[in-house]
Design a protein around this ligand. Structure first.
Ligand code: ADE
Ligand code: ZN
Length: 363
């Protein structure tokens, strides 16, 4: 036993040294940098441990025997591979308590990454289609976001996404179902399988959402072509583009995005895990910043893609040799691109720039 412990300790020391060798000079800076997350699917924060816990208490069968088996299944060749397992995973969410616990766990986790504000997506059709009433999940999610603001001082907005592989009729019905809950909902989004489901399929529902006073965002240019980004801007009148990587293929589109200060919610670990980008060293984030695009860093579906917000910052900072100035720009962009009021944005941005110039600690 002594021998084993001794060998184990040597291994741990070697591992610690390795970890220190792997630490980038910017890692400590990222840790305390105040930031916002603008692209996070709540259902994509479901950790395998929670999957088992919720399945157990709701008596739902899942096709996995162990946590390791779940993690081994998270090996995706493209977006659809991931979506198949993501919709399977969310079936364990049934009660208001499940949605509350899921949301609160995410809030606590990202708060530890110095995140001060979150704009959270959820997929109502992924739940109503399974017979879970709107009231059940909205109460759980909104209750946790309210408590996160009280307990952690972290503010939030909620964005309901339409599943683009379903019909516009279904999206319109979902908007009607959501109407009594608009006090909790800031905007609408568009997610799920992109190619073959262009933004033009959802013109009516986005127009109606805008008339109802909701903000508008859409996933575009993740796997789909630049034409989908044009459609999101010109037809859906979006306030923000989610992903937008493929916009770089069209210089006129880049000019339009720069001139209109359009925010792109970029998700580096998601891009490598879904093979949108082959290697983090090829990630377009630095090129986006150099082109004057308002790019931000986000985690998308952290439990499925191997990292929360700071993991994403660290991954690109290391692979693209981002400087502290780049990281500060990204944090400032996260507040500029948020749906906070101008005064709230200004207060957060001052905290970011004070932190970057070493004036006081955040908080
Ligand atoms: N739903 C959850 N994550 C998504 C992503 N990265 N793209 C499209 N739909 C999603
Ligand atoms: Zn997404």
């Amino acid at each position: 036993m002594r021998l084993y412990n001794c060998a184990k300790r040597v291994f741990e020391l070697q591992f610690d040294n390795q970890r220190q060798d792997d630490m980038q000079p910017t890692d400590a800076f990222i840790e305390g940098l105040p930031k916002a997350e603008l692209h996070l699917h709540l259902e994509g924060s479901l950790e395998p441990e929670q999957m088992f816990e919720f399945a157990g208490r709701n008596k739902i069968d899942i096709p996995f025997q162990s946590i390791n088996e779940v993690r081994a299944a998270y090996d995706f060749a493209n977006l659809q591979d991931f979506l198949d397992i993501y919709y399977q995973g969310m079936k364990v969410l049934r009660t208001e308590q499940d949605f509350y616990d899921l949301t609160m766990a995410y809030c606590r986790r990202v708060h530890a990454d110095s995140c001060r504000h979150v704009e959270v997506f959820f997929d109502p059709q992924g739940h109503t289609e399974r017979g879970v009433p709107f009231q059940v999940f909205i109460d759980g999610i909104a209750g946790a976001l309210r408590d996160a603001e009280i307990d952690l001082g972290m503010t939030s907005k909620l964005i309901m996404c339409f599943l683009r592989h379903l019909s516009e009729k279904s999206a319109l019905e979902t908007l009607d179902l959501a109407a009594p809950h608009f006090d909790h909902i800031a905007g609408v989004g568009l997610d799920s399988s992109e190619v073959g489901h262009p933004p033009s399929k959802f013109v009516k529902v986005f127009e109606r959402a805008g008339d109802m006073g909701l903000l508008r965002v859409a996933h575009a240019g993740e796997e789909g072509p630049p034409a989908y980004v044009w459609e999101a801007i010109d037809l859906l009148k979006v306030d923000r583009i989610d992903h937008g990587n493929r916009a770089l293929e069209d210089s006129k589109l880049v000019t339009r995005l720069v001139e209109t200060n359009m925010t792109l919610t970029v998700c580096p670990l998601s891009n490598t895990r879904l093979c949108v980008v082959k290697d983090m060293a090829d990630h377009p984030l630095k090129r986006m910043l150099d082109s004057g695009l308002r790019a931000t860093i986000n985690s998308d579906d952290p439990s499925y893609f191997g990292g929360y917000l700071n993991d994403n910052y660290r991954a690109v900072a290391g692979a693209l040799a981002l400087t502290k100035d780049d990281l500060t720009t990204l944090a400032v962009n996260s507040f500029l691109g948020s749906f906070l009021s101008p005064d709230e944005k200004a207060a957060h941005i001052k905290r970011v720039t004070d932190y970057a110039s070493g004036i006081g600690d955040d908080d």
